[in-house]
Design a protein. Structure first.
Length: 323
């Protein structure tokens, strides 16, 4: 054995010992639950997993899908998930019921959710008395607002499980949806539709928010801060090139096609839901006290929330990027 070979083996041995001796920091495990089946509206989270952005922030993130029969607030309160893709109405209603939740970031400045109808419907008000398919989560978010504003009743409700076939078959029916999703399916089926954004009907909340229990935020502020920062980076990456995130989305939801994902991404960009509103001045993810006060006042005025609820518990600005 030559001197050079012996020296090389010695160096490799030392390197192995150093590697074994070096401390390995365990990644913080985080579970995040979405509000619906995997789709482009969840793209930033999936992209952060696919591109290793969460890992860069020393986070081991597991994404779990929500759905029409999944009560994500219950999962959060029971400690079965660390963060959820929440809604402002849910958070304030939860606080009223003794569930101490709080919102740590708003990925979308307004909801892309709305109601899809057949062409004869000219406004949401025209739906009074008609059947409307909604998910179970709607009962603690936008549905109370529609009942209050338009006089809708629970007798109109039909369950929405993600299938648009009942809507296609019944020309008098309406269905909830994302402007970036359901209209695509209708168009592919040759069905003409109208779509009404809830935000244009006076629905004030932010959209696609990150929600945690107040205990989590208090006890794990560093984890919370890293999760928020990594998620926002994930969204920036996804809107630049969504290919990696889309592969994970399709893995969780095989019914999602490349064409539908492309339609949704284009819609998110066109609506500028991430860069408008408060984010235009304060940066992506931004929230303000004034906006939360508007949501609180809206809920109280419509009998959806008691006026003595401490609405400021519903959000924190501590983890948002500094403008």
């Amino acid at each position: 054995m030559s001197r050079i070979t012996r020296l090389l083996k010695h160096c490799l041995g030392l390197a192995a010992l150093i590697t074994l001796a070096a401390p390995v920091m365990a990644q913080d495990k985080v579970t995040f639950t979405t509000s619906w089946f995997a789709q482009a509206e969840h793209g930033g989270y999936y992209q952060a997993v696919a591109k290793g952005i969460y890992k860069k922030y020393n986070l081991d993130v597991t994404i779990k899908m929500g759905g029409p029969q999944v009560n994500i607030v219950q999962l959060l309160a029971a400690g079965q998930t660390d963060f959820i893709m929440g809604k402002d109405f849910q958070v304030l209603s939860g606080i009223e019921k003794g569930i101490p939740m709080t919102t740590v970031a708003a990925n979308f400045q307004y909801e892309v959710q709305g109601i899809m109808t057949h062409p004869d419907v000219k406004s949401i008000a025209d739906l009074k008395g008609r059947n409307i398919m909604i998910a179970s989560s709607a009962h603690t978010s936008y549905w109370p607002m529609l009942k209050s504003k338009f006089g809708f009743t629970d007798a109109q409700v039909r369950p929405y499980t993600g299938s648009l076939q009942p809507f296609f078959a019944d020309k008098t029916m309406a269905v909830q949806g994302f402007s970036t999703s359901e209209p695509f399916e209708a168009d592919k089926a040759g069905i003409k539709t109208n779509f009404f954004l809830l935000s244009e009907e006076g629905y004030p909340p932010y959209g696609n928010t990150i929600v945690a229990m107040q205990k989590t935020v208090k006890e794990k502020p560093d984890v919370t801060a890293r999760f928020v920062k990594a998620t926002l980076e994930g969204w920036a990456s996804y809107l630049q090139d969504p290919a990696a995130g889309n592969e994970l989305i399709k893995k969780d939801n095989p019914q999602m096609s490349d064409e539908k994902l492309a339609f949704a991404v284009a819609g998110i960009k066109k609506l500028n839901v991430m860069g408008s509103g408060d984010a235009a001045k304060l940066g992506v993810g931004a929230m303000t006290e004034a906006r939360w006060k508007k949501t609180f006042d809206f809920m109280v005025a419509n009998g959806l929330l008691k006026p003595d609820v401490d609405w400021k518990q519903g959000y924190t600005l501590a983890f948002l990027p500094k403008p």
